[in-house]
Design a protein around this ligand. Sequence first.
Ligand SMILES: [Zn+2]
Length: 301
Amino acid sequence: MSSINPTSGAWLSAGLSHPSFLLSPFEFTAAMCRRNTIHNTSIPTFNSHGTDNPQNYQCPCYGRNTMIDQIGYHLTGCKIDGGAIRLHDNVIHTIVTLFRSIGLSVALEPLNMFSDLEPDDNRRPDILIRNPYDGGNQIIIDVSVTSFNSSARTNDNKPEQVVITREKQKFGKYGEAAKKNHIRFCPASFSTTGEMGPIIKNLFLEQIRLKLQLVDGEVKRSKVRKIMNHCVRHISAAINRSASRNIFFKATKMVNLARHTQQNFSSSTSCDFTSSSASSSPDDLIQQFELQIMNQDVIQN
Ligand SMILES: [Zn+2]
């Protein structure tokens, strides 16, 4: 279901050449389960025969209780605990790095973009390209990562529906203001499987071509394809790793909750001893985990 468009799953062919392409064993398992629609045994499930509390397996996002699926779809982009924001921010940072690598001057979350005409307008799009290679208007980009199976998807064979719908919504938000301020607006819409919206894809292609024309004097298709592949892989890897890490964080919390529930129901002291392995809180674990990743990055640089 996620394999029928050209950019999703690009992380699979990214190799190990860059530290951001590396996955921990848990992240790799989570990624594989999501991609192949198989149960991830690291995500705990409700045991109806024991003293388990079903609420530990539900998510209160969107104001209602959603049962958390064992494949990891819900945990990927869940808004609770900042998971969706982390995913969104990681994609923005990757795009900024990629545009900078082809020589563009890029600002992150520019201020006062629309205040020329309306001083109170303090909307902040995600990215500003100050010097696009066509020499035209400055470009603002707003990034969104949408679930591949959101309500906009009405046809199994049309995975692009979700990213195109989101592009339209973003035009509704920024299109008019951008036009009035003589800014070109490009929504950058992605699905949680790594599919890229046509507008951001074309912007990458256009800027790569113009850059090559400027530097080489000619545009070799093979070179464009090579640079584009590089960009697609980095974005896909960023989405995949953030999604897998979101699953890790939440699954860890769920495991601890389940242990805690069982611990409270148990009167036996020997049982307390075994469940004391869950003594570190989920937040401690997350911090330890981040530290580990940081150390790893430092070593690899
Ligand atoms: Zn949720």
